[in-house]
Write a protein that binds this ligand. Structure first.
Ligand SMILES: *Cc1c(COP(=O)(O)O)cnc(C)c1O
Length: 324
């Protein structure tokens, strides 16, 4: 039996993050409200440290290391936001970090990860298995592997964003619905723990790219479905399957998994840029894009939107907005 994290773990994570993570703003948009006939509350994790909610889970997990684990440090494999989250958390907590990245990872990501103080170890994506490379290094150096989503401390940390969102909007009544960007499910499962505890009547939806709907297939079939790496602009949601922990919570606490197309993601990205003056990465647009398509389901409702991150190469961002 898996020992699933609970809302009590989210509360403990919030205490560890206090003074280290930003309590990100909850923004409103009169234009969005008028256009869709709902009241939107945007939880802006694009303004979180290192630019995405992933700081929450990584910092919480690393904070729980014992003395021996701290001395040896943390190791992770990622070329995305989890890499930077582990690197920054390790630096803040004064421990070493190794990030395993493919040899052809974008130069900007390598530089950013090194700037946060981590050692980057590259592997050949075509000839080597990244998990095997990482495990071997972890063993050699006695480092603790922190996965990007399927870990109770990571899930509990991610749950703190929606805890804040619900607390900060509670004065005028509970939220009716919550839309969350879904990749491997760390953010969605943590958010669901907070929503079930603080706003039991609130509908909780995970949103993934249409091309990579393994989460939806898993939710509907009741078992974890594996897919090939999907082709989508939502690079933070190109996961091939949910995790053991994340799926168990999602199955129990989430109302449905929805999907959106890349075209819808670009429309949402343009809305954030034009109307709210925010840079949001494609993956961070999943939640709002699904809410925009929800029609009658959100009419007259109070709707929470988790904007998950804002890390996007500017040339790519410009090209997407220009429709290239
Ligand atoms: C990682 C990530 C996601 C997906 O989170 P999971 O916990 O893997 O479901 C969504 N948005 C952004 C910006 C991310 O970095």
């Amino acid at each position: 039996m898996l020992q699933l994290p609970t809302y009590a773990d989210v509360i403990d994570a919030a205490a560890r993050l206090e003074g280290h993570a930003h309590r990100t703003p909850v923004l409103r948009s009169a234009t969005a409200d008028a256009r869709y006939g709902a009241q939107f509350f945007f939880k802006c994790e694009n303004f979180q440290r290192m630019g995405a909610f992933k700081f929450r889970g990584a910092f919480n997990a690393l904070s729980k290391f014992d003395a021996a684990q701290r001395t040896a440090g943390a190791i992770a494999f990622s070329s995305g936001n989890h890499a930077q989250a582990v690197a920054l958390s390790a630096r803040l907590l004064g421990m070493p970090a190794v990030i395993v990245m493919p040899h052809d990872a974008p130069a900007a990501k390598l530089v950013a990860t090194r700037e946060y103080g981590a050692e980057v170890v590259q592997y050949d994506r075509f000839a080597e298995d990244r998990e095997a490379v990482t495990r071997q290094l972890a063993e050699e150096r006695g480092m603790t592997l922190i996965p990007p989503y399927d870990h109770p401390d990571v899930i509990a940390g991610q749950g703190t964003a929606v805890k804040e969102l619900i607390e900060d909007t509670a004065a005028d009544g509970p939220l009716d619905a919550l839309y969350i960007c879904l990749g491997g499910g760390g953010l969605t499962s943590g958010s669901a723990l907070s929503a079930r505890a603080l706003a039991p009547g609130c509908k909780v939806y995970g949103v993934e790219p249409e091309a990579g709907n393994d989460g939806q297939q898993s939710f509907r079939s009741g078992k974890i479905v594996h897919i090939e790496t999907p082709r989508t602009i939502a690079d933070g949601a190109q996961t091939q399957h949910l995790g053991q922990y994340t799926f168990a919570i999602i199955k129990r606490d989430v109302d449905d998994i929805l999907t959106v197309s890349d075209v819808q993601l670009v429309e949402a990205m343009r809305f954030f840029a034009e109307r709210m003056k925010m840079v949001v990465e494609p993956t961070g647009c999943l939640s709002f894009a699904a809410a925009c398509a929800a029609g009658a389901a959100i009419a007259g409702r109070r709707v929470g939107i988790v904007v998950s991150g804002g890390n996007v190469d500017l040339a790519r961002y410009a090209a997407l907005l220009a429709g290239d």
